[in-house]
Design a protein around this ligand. Structure first.
Ligand code: 3H9
Length: 694
């Protein structure tokens, strides 16, 4: 028997245990171990029933994702599950933690399932660009019904043990010790002479289905799943479950699973699964770095950003103090927070009591001295170096020793801000993304003197407030905005060249972006970008840089907030405006920019994406990002790039770096060296046939 799967019989019951930390993933040794253990069970005449149970923090959390993309090695999971199910003696799954993906499929291969109340079950493969390819798409509809199974597989969201009990996926909830409870349950089954109950023998309940069911389901999921490959494949599997005999439908599932597995989408989504976890690791900050206690937080500035930041801490149960300059501004800030929570209550996503609890731990002050007992102070005033330095000078005066002093700056030099204090080791950038209470990304900006303790505590705190934190270095715009700026530059350059802004946005949207670059600029505020430009001291010496935006700001067209920017706005709908086309034309004439007679969709994407990728390569070379996958995490979580593209650097790998360089050379011939000289790292990797993701 392998070390990761053990077999132990006590009287009539065989206990088959999986022990493969950290999450009992179904790697080859586990599959081999399960095959051997269940063969032993079948041949053990003394054993009348088996309990499959897991050690450590969780039940089997799925197939081993690191094995994907490599040639499959026997025994393949569906085979193991069929072998288990075919057993003539009963098998009981005893579930704790998370039974996910292949783990839940393994549980469905058992004849009965019991679970502790805190257990979660689900098929999250869709989040990896996959489907439940070890018979999950065939078994779950049989177990809990077609609609519920589709909902679970298309969302990928796990469900609770009590829902599982209600829906028929769990037979018994075990309070107290799982092994004991599972043993009692199995003894009851034996006493009742229970037979193996095989899901594959059961019919799919088609009562809820009419002839339009699947098309209606597709229409219903279209908006949420736009662009993703796997969801449609999942629906096809369930259609097969309904219309084909089990065996044929399983074969169909296998084919569709392999299509997903080989798709660039799944490669990208699997890359992000690991990227999302890798970014939490900081090589030079030891794991045992002491963490500071954060019991009370202050936020300076009660505007939209400051209010959103405060909500993050209140949501995690941490008291927050909002500091404003006068009572009116403070009242307004607190009112915005209250109305944000109110909206969540109205949508039914929070109870009135929860809202009261959260609002109850947010207080307001006008005086810096009232922040002297705070452990973390986040400054969130507008982008102005002089103002920020003044504030940090005050914080240095009043903050208690050991308090973390954070700035929400989106571009400015953290070292310069830190230099306005006598404790630069306590200063760090905490760059939130708007709306700060919704967006998951947090860029943590490490200054030259930021201490390990402050970095480690900030990383841990980010997790507490449910953010994905990426640690970056100091440069103008850090990682996110620094790659966003060339993206906006190319979008506006194309407008100057006569490409309609709505066409650029439509092409970007169809490529998968949540919004096109011009719509995003209008949403952020063209005035904000213009202000950034004026603070950007070493910006490219180019009069055409963001020239459209600057011109529009001069006309008072600041974006969505003034109902006119690059587009006009009817509510939130962007409507093209001839005024902008005319303005672009006259600006182009003034700046000597040639009009393009024709621009392909391919060129629009290349110019938007490759300009970012090149900046990303520079960022990596300069050590501003620790790894290329961190850049991907930033752009996916903070800027609306779809997960199936994997982020800009992963997308470059998908296109092929030599193709990226070749396209850049083409644009360099047309536009010169300033923007289109391939970064040395990009060039070198392309020549070596390498990639960013290694
Ligand atoms: C599947 O099952 C396909 C089948 O249908 C068909 C097959 C034919 N594999 O997240 P954490 C690592 S697809 C390999 O930080 P938590 C993870 O990278 C799979 N490694 O812990 C991390 O490593 P490190 C369907 C995995 O407590 C460490 O474990 N299943 C896997 O916050 C700890 O992970 C899923 O999609 C894996 N399957 O959350 C579930 N899972 O320490 C994926 C984790 O080096 N997993 N690792 O950074 C999860 O959702 C979470 O890990 C879980 C625990 C909720 C289980």
């Amino acid at each position: 028997m392998s070390e990761v799967v053990t077999y132990k019989r006590e009287d009539q019951i065989a206990y088959i245990s999986v022990n493969n930390p950290p999450v009992n993933a179904l790697s080859l040794p586990v599959r081999q171990g399960l095959e051997a253990a269940f063969t032993k069970f079948a041949n053990d005449n003394e054993a009348k029933a088996a309990i499959l149970i897991c050690e450590g923090r969780t039940w089997i959390a799925g197939a081993d994702i690191t094995e994907f993309g490599k040639p499959p090695e026997d025994p393949w999971l569906p085979k193991v599950i069929h072998q288990m199910e075919a057993n003539e003696k009963i098998i009981v799954a005893a579930i704790h933690g998370t039974a996910l993906g292949g783990g839940f499929e393994t549980a469905m291969g058992c004849h009965y399932r019991c679970a502790v109340p805190s257990a979660k079950l689900g098929l999250p493969e869709v989040t990896l660009g996959l489907l439940a390819g070890a018979t999950g798409t065939q078994r779950l509809p049989r177990l809990i019904g077609v609609k519920r199974a589709l909902d679970a597989m298309i969302s990928g969201a796990p469900f609770s043990a009590s829902n599982g009990l209600e829906w028929g996926a769990v037979d018994e909830i075990v309070d107290g010790d799982l092994r004991d409870g599972a043993t009692q349950f199995t003894k009851k089954l034996l006493a009742a002479n229970a037979k193996p109950r095989r899901i594959s023998d059961e019919e799919v309940d088609g009562l809820e289905l009419n002839e339009h069911f699947f098309n209606e389901y597709r229409n219903g999921m279209a908006k949420k799943t736009r662009g993703f490959f796997a969801p449609e494949q999942i629906v096809k599997c369930v259609e097969a479950a309904v219309s084909l005999p089990y065996k044929e439908a399983v074969e169909r599932e296998g084919e569709l699973f392999m299509e997903c597995m080989m798709s660039s989408h799944s490669v990208a989504q699997r890359h992000l699964f690991f990227a999302d976890r890798a970014c939490a690791k900081v090589d030079d900050v030891p794991k045992d770095t002491p963490l500071r206690d954060i019991k009370k937080v202050a936020v300076i500035g009660g505007g939209t950003m400051g209010g959103g930041i405060a909500m993050n801490f209140a949501n995690a149960g941490i008291p927050v103090v909002l500091k404003e300059i006068n009572q009116e501004a403070l009242d307004r800030g607190l009112e915005i927070i209250r109305s944000n929570y109110n909206a969540t209550v109205t949508k039914g996503r929070m109870s009135a009591e929860q809202m009261d609890q959260r609002v109850g731990i947010i207080s307001g002050v006008l005086d810096y001295d009232d922040l002297s007992d705070c452990d973390l102070i986040v400054e969130a005033v507008f982008e102005n170096m002089a103002l920020k330095k003044e504030i940090f000078g005050e914080l240095d005066r009043i903050a208690k020793p050991g308090a973390i002093l954070a700035s929400n700056t989106s571009t400015l030099d953290i070292d310069e801000i830190a230099a306005s204090t006598n404790r630069p080791e306590d200063v760090i950038g905490w760059h939130f993304f708007a709306p700060a209470n919704v967006m998951t990304l947090l860029e943590l900006v490490r200054g030259a003197k930021t201490s390990h303790e402050v970095i480690a505590t900030s990383m841990a705190m980010a997790k507490t407030i449910k953010k994905i934190a990426v640690l970056v270095g100091v440069c103008f715009g850090f990682v996110g905005n620094r790659i966003f700026f060339p993206y906006v530059r190319e979008a506006q350059q194309m407008i100057l060249e006569g490409v309609p802004p709505e066409r650029i946005d439509q092409v970007a949207f169809e490529w998968g972006m949540a919004m096109g670059p011009n719509g995003v600029s209008d949403l952020s505020g063209l005035d904000v970008l213009d202000k950034v430009k004026s603070e950007w001291l070493d910006r490219p010496d180019d009069p055409a840089l963001w020239a459209v935006g600057t011109k529009l700001v001069e006309l008072g067209r600041l974006g969505q907030k003034t109902k006119a920017g690059i587009f006009n706005y009817a509510g939130r709908t962007a409507v093209p405006d001839q005024v902008v086309a005319d303005l672009a034309k006259s600006e182009a004439t003034r700046l000597g920019i040639q009009q393009l007679s024709e621009v392909s969709d391919e060129e629009i994407i290349e110019r938007l994406m490759f300009s970012m990728i090149n900046e990303g390569a520079l960022i990596l070379e300069e050590g501003i990002a620790m790894r290329s996958s961190d850049i991907d995490v930033v752009f996916v979580h903070g800027y609306g790039m779809p997960r199936y593209r994997g982020g800009p650097m992963r997308y470059a790998d998908t296109v092929g770096l030599s193709n990226v360089v070749a396209a850049m050379e083409k644009y360099r011939e047309r536009y010169g060296d300033m923007y289109w000289t391939p970064a040395p790292l990009l060039k070198r990797l392309a020549e070596e046939g390498g990639s960013f993701s290694g």
